[in-house]
Design a protein around this ligand. Structure first.
Ligand code: SF4
Length: 404
């Protein structure tokens, strides 16, 4: 774990359980965490970003310019159902009010600095935010059906330095704001022309969200939670919580909060079944060891047979892929409604590991399957554009000094 790891981590946990900290500890931690906050969602000319505001905040912002609460419903529909960014196209709003809104507000998107489409049709976006920081978002189409998953980033960089992950080599630059998180999904939709938001069972290309891009979402929980509430709102994008999966390396206290408050699907980056090894490849394990992590999975409220917890397991040749480890894995997760995604390691420049052989992958998968768990081998997608699991990284760097 890097030096940058603890401030946002503990601060977020402080929000969940401040009683464990003394007031001075809490103040110190919050001051450090503020260094990683996203910039305010306001343009240089003073116009305020509407994307990312809750309904209540939007109502408040409109009240400040003398507009009634019912305008929130109208704007919400245009912004999140129709996907409109230009007030002049909001035809149910009178022209004078359109102009007034345009003077005070903006409906923005992150800028797609580059868009690469893989030979397997996976599409990777490098999004640039207003302060010039960048994060990646990946659309992974389903090969069999007209739908797919949008893999969204929650931070620029990451604190956690998982040994197999390219993002982890970047360090944490900052947390993404609510508008920047929702904006990734909306901009990806723009790219596929998928507005207005499809209703109910209407087929949709961008049908699920996986919070598995850059960053640890539970270290930026407040912004992630706000963004997911917007995405789930039935009068806008309207994605059900069953279509959202949050992936964590195991921030145990926040897993409880996420389950209670959001109830989205949970994926856990397990990758090792012994603390000694997991301490090394997922350094967060030193703080929340395997037994605590598995206990948090057992009590995760959204887990049921219909909505299983996904355990992600990157297969590293000769490191974590033995048959004994497969047996230990099924012992650990026995009784949890779960599936195990086996991820062939995707090398990146400078990575220290090799992918497991196909034979070893199959042997491992068979043991897991024989124990009654689905264990799909996730074929890498978008590898030619470095869009596969663990390959995301941007050139964004931290420029502000970190407090001592
Ligand atoms: S695997 Fe996830 S949590 Fe670990 S370093 Fe990479 S982005 Fe961060």
């Amino acid at each position: 774990m890097t030096d940058l790891a603890s401030p946002p981590a503990v601060a977020t946990e402080a929000g969940a359980g401040t009683d464990r900290l003394t007031p001075s500890e809490r103040d110190r931690i919050l001051a450090k965490a503020a260094l990683f906050s996203p910039p305010p969602a306001v343009l240089a000319d003073g116009r305020r970003e509407l994307v990312g505001l809750s309904r209540e905040e939007m109502t408040q912002a409109l009240a400040e310019i003398g507009e009634k609460p019912f305008r929130t419903k109208q704007l919400w529909h245009w912004i999140y159902h129709q996907g409109v960014t230009d007030f002049a196209r909001m035809s149910s709003i009178a022209k004078p009010l359109q102009a007034k809104l345009a003077e005070r507000f903006v409906v923005g998107r992150p800028v797609a600095a580059t868009v690469q489409t893989s030979s397997d049709e996976t599409r990777k976006f490098l999004f640039r935010f207003r302060d010039g920081q960048e994060a990646e978002t990946v659309y992974i189409p389903d090969r069999r059906e007209d739908r797919g998953a949008v893999c969204i980033s929650s931070q620029v960089g990451c604190t956690l330095s998982c040994r197999f992950c390219h993002t982890g080599t970047q360090g944490l630059v900052r947390n993404l704001g609510t508008a920047e998180i929702v904006g990734q999904f909306m901009a990806a939709r723009d790219s596929y022309g998928e507005w207005p938001s499809p209703r109910g069972e209407t087929p949709r290309l961008l049908s699920t969200i996986v919070l598995m891009g850059m960053g640890e979402p539970l270290y930026n929980y407040d912004n992630v939670a706000r963004a997911m509430r917007i995405v789930m709102d039935g009068e806008g994008i309207g994605l059900s919580r069953r279509r959202i999966t949050l992936s964590t390396s195991g921030v145990v206290p926040m897993m409880d909060r996420c389950g209670e408050e959001l109830g989205v699907n949970l994926a856990v980056s397990l990758h090792a079944v012994r603390d000694e090894l997991r301490d090394e490849i997922v350094p967060l394990n030193r703080k929340y060891p395997i037994a605590e992590l598995i206990a948090a999975c057992r009590r995760y409220p959204a887990a049921s047979n219909a909505r299983r917890i996904t355990f992600e397991y990157v297969m590293l040749r000769g490191v974590n892929d033995s048959e004994a480890e497969a047996r230990e894995l099924v012992r650990l997760i026995a009784g949890i409604p779960a599936k195990v995604n086996l991820i062939p390691f995707n090398p990146w420049p400078g990575s220290a590991y090799l992918p497991s052989t196909r034979e070893q992958l199959d042997r491992f998968a068979q043991i897991v399957m024989d124990a009654g768990f689905a264990s799909p081998i996730r074929m890498p997608r978008g590898r030619d554009i470095l869009a596969a699991c663990g390959q995301l990284r941007t050139e964004s760097r931290r420029t502000r000094p970190v407090a001592a």
